[in-house]
Design a binder for this molecule. Structure first.
Ligand SMILES: Nc1ncnc2c1ncn2[C@@H]1O[C@H](COP(=O)(O)OP(=O)(O)O)[C@@H](O)[C@H]1O
Ligand SMILES: O=P(O)(O)OC[C@H]1O[C@](O)(COP(=O)(O)O)[C@@H](O)[C@@H]1O
Length: 255
């Protein structure tokens, strides 16, 4: 690290969220802000109001930042969700049950889609698509009679209001008895997966390189295996789309 560049490498929540933390403008040249859209909004405000530049590193389990294929924490969260879904599947099989499993995703269905495909979900409800009750009924009526269990994954941010609401409505409409499991905050934290460790290592190096090269107010991301810089404002101002191919195969595999 060059002498003239003094960088605080901190979780931005720490900087932005704690009132007793005082920023000394005379010593702080740049900030590496690690977090999601809230963190980056704060980083932009810090620049606009105090002239402190940042480089952002995307870290949120939701994976909902534009400018990177994956965010740090997402892969670990999907694996944690899958571990639980595997266990629930055992009970669903043994008890001949329909389970609704609610995963995190405040405004996006990234965790739901990958956990759903990985866990063999019969249906995946996400905020990006209108929940289709008729499709749920068709899946549950059983195109395949050899299935002894059904699992419906619901992203917490689904426009219908979560797993309990969907389960209740399906029961009212079609009479299917159910159990609901809300995985909740166990999806955050824990030991990071190998993929998350590698991604964090790559993006950490990329952030320092960006600063050395005088690139500020950008987020470092990885897109199709390449490091990419995206203006911080775009990362939360633009919508990151779900992979349409994953959505397609989720439907094919649910039959
Ligand atoms: N416009 C803003 N100005 C200053 N601080 C902000 C702004 N938006 C969010 N923050 C702060 O950034 C921190 C992280 O935001 P949060 O939404 O909790 O997490 P994430 O970064 O995962 O989206 C919080 O402490 C929040 O108060
Ligand atoms: O209950 P809280 O503290 O608001 O946290 C829950 C929210 O945090 C999230 O897990 C995202 O957190 P991060 O962006 O920090 O990974 C959302 O999916 C969820 O809605």
């Amino acid at each position: 690290m060059r002498n003239f560049l003094f960088i605080f490498l901190l979780f931005a929540q720490f900087v932005l969220g704690q009132s007793n933390f005082k920023i000394r403008n005379d010593t702080l040249e740049a900030l590496v802000a690690i977090g999601g859209d809230g963190t980056f909004r704060g980083a932009v405000a810090l620049y606009e109001e105090h002239g402190i530049p940042s480089v952002g590193i995307p870290a949120t389990i939701d994976n909902d930042l534009y400018g990177t294929d994956y965010t740090i924490g997402y892969d670990t969260a999907v694996n944690t969700a899958l571990e639980s879904i595997d266990k629930i599947r055992d009970t669903a099989d043994a008890h001949d049950r329909l389970f609704y499993v609610e995963v995190m995703g405040r405004t996006s269905g990234f965790i739901a889609v990958e956990a759903g495909i990985g866990g063999g979900a019969e249906y995946i409800a996400i905020p990006e698509e209108q929940t289709d009750y008729e499709e749920i009924r068709n899946v549950l009526k059983g195109f395949r009679k050899d299935k002894t269990s059904s699992i419906i994954i619901v992203a917490e941010g689904d426009e219908e209001g979560g797993a309990f609401k969907i389960a209740k409505k399906v029961k009212e409409l079609y009479g299917f008895d159910y159990r609901v499991v809300v995985l909740g905050h166990i999806q955050r934290g824990g030991a990071p997966s190998a993929r998350d460790r590698i991604l964090a290592s790559k993006l950490g190096v990329a952030a320092v390189e960006a600063l050395i090269n005088g690139k500020f107010n950008v987020m470092v991301g990885e897109v199709k295996g390449e490091i990419k810089l995206t203006p911080l404002k775009e990362t939360f101002g633009r919508k990151k789309e779900l992979d349409p191919y994953l959505l397609k195969i989720a439907k094919i595999l649910s039959i």
